[in-house]
Design a protein. Structure first.
Length: 364
């Protein structure tokens, strides 16, 4: 009886050992996936010349160090155990790192962390959050979230629409407003995120918002930018209509588009690449949200940043985030394959970095 009891205990001990070893292997795998640092290879790549920046100040992002208490990161998502991060977000970051390593796409995936990039990143020091603005991807709502967190207004509902994009009144400092040392600390230690959507659908949204509807009454798009594009890229000179999507595509796909971009200034942020806006291969972002899955991603981002108990993302109207394949195909239906291919070539980095498929109408 004693021998049987001893054997039973030995088998239990052996099983427990195997279980501990198995859990350690699983944990090691997840930790390896989570903590690979893209900065090591990102910093060595040749940067693009940034659009619409006459003089840029590059900021070298060093390896993470220990900083004074006031710069220690906060947030539930960074309590030392990122293994619980949902698989989809881990896969997005792993895809990003792999594409950043692809030397064939180097010129489409890498850019300098310049003043142009730093101007796009908004800061919430109170909760140690950085948000990179990618226009036409629902950024207005995220700005409202940060405005409330920074204390300018007590709730999202109280924020006047004309205040959201008024950066002198909305209480949202840009990362470029800090000294180099302060910038480095925040880039190393803060929770960082941005949102993407299908690149071609984003371009359609930018075209409609700025050149068709223009709800914010920004006359320079129709009266200055549109005529400049038409003069350079319209094939039918007898056509008297306003800017057409075909003209817009031809301009964006032109390898020499930058000479116009400089004239247009920062207005181009509504259609330049995510790479040029946020430098995703140089800055180690914590989360990359997708517009198509924003209903799930928004709550996750708030929770990962440790602010879900303080503010909620505004209600998303049903169907507004769904990718509209029919709309995209309709807009591109009258455009030559050559012009579409040139456009895709420019935005290929955005497609590959964030897992968007090449459109079917380019494959047929």
């Amino acid at each position: 009886w004693l021998m049987s009891d001893n054997m039973h205990h030995q088998w239990l001990l052996l099983a427990a050992c195997f279980w501990v070893i198995f859990m350690f292997m699983v944990a090691s795998k997840f930790i390896t996936l989570t903590f690979k640092d893209p900065d090591g290879y990102g910093a060595k790549q040749e940067p693009l010349i940034l659009t619409a920046v006459t003089k840029v100040e590059e900021v070298h992002v060093p390896e993470e160090k220990h900083w004074p208490e006031e710069f220690q990161p906060t947030g539930k998502g960074f309590s030392g155990n990122l293994i619980r991060q949902p698989l989809v977000h881990m896969e997005r970051l792993e895809l990003l790192r792999n594409v950043c390593r692809d030397t064939a796409l180097r010129n489409l995936s890498h850019t300098a962390v310049s003043k142009f990039v730093l101007d796009r990143i908004f800061v919430c020091d109170k909760h140690k959050i950085l948000f990179c603005q990618t226009p036409k991807v629902g950024n207005t709502q995220w700005k409202k979230v940060l405005i409330v967190l920074n204390g300018a207004f007590s709730s999202i509902e109280e924020i006047p629409e004309n205040i959201v994009h008024d950066h002198e009144k909305n209480g949202l400092p840009r990362l470029s407003s800090f000294s180099d040392s302060e910038i480095k600390k925040r880039l190393n230690l803060y929770f960082k995120f941005f949102i993407v959507r299908d690149p071609f659908e984003r371009l359609i949204s930018a075209f409609k918002d700025k050149f068709v509807h223009n709800p914010r009454f920004e006359p320079w798009y129709r009266h200055e930018i549109a005529p400049g594009i038409i003069r350079k890229y319209r094939k039918n000179r007898t056509e008297t209509k306003g800017l057409q999507f075909e003209d817009f595509v031809r301009y964006l796909g032109d390898p020499n588009h930058r000479w116009l971009d400089v004239q247009f200034g920062d207005h181009i942020i509504h259609w330049v690449t995510y790479v040029e806006l946020c430098a995703p291969c140089e800055i180690t972002y914590s989360v990359i949200g997708h517009h198509e899955t924003l209903e799930d991603d928004a709550p996750y981002i708030l929770k990962a940043a440790g602010i879900d108990h303080l503010v909620s993302y505004p209600t998303i109207p049903p169907g507004i985030t769904v990718y509209n394949k029919t709309k995209v195909e309709r807009y591109f239906s009258g455009i030559s394959k050559r012009d579409i291919r040139r456009l895709y070539t420019r935005f290929e980095g955005d497609f590959k970095l964030f897992g968007y498929r090449e459109p079917d109408f380019l494959l047929n």
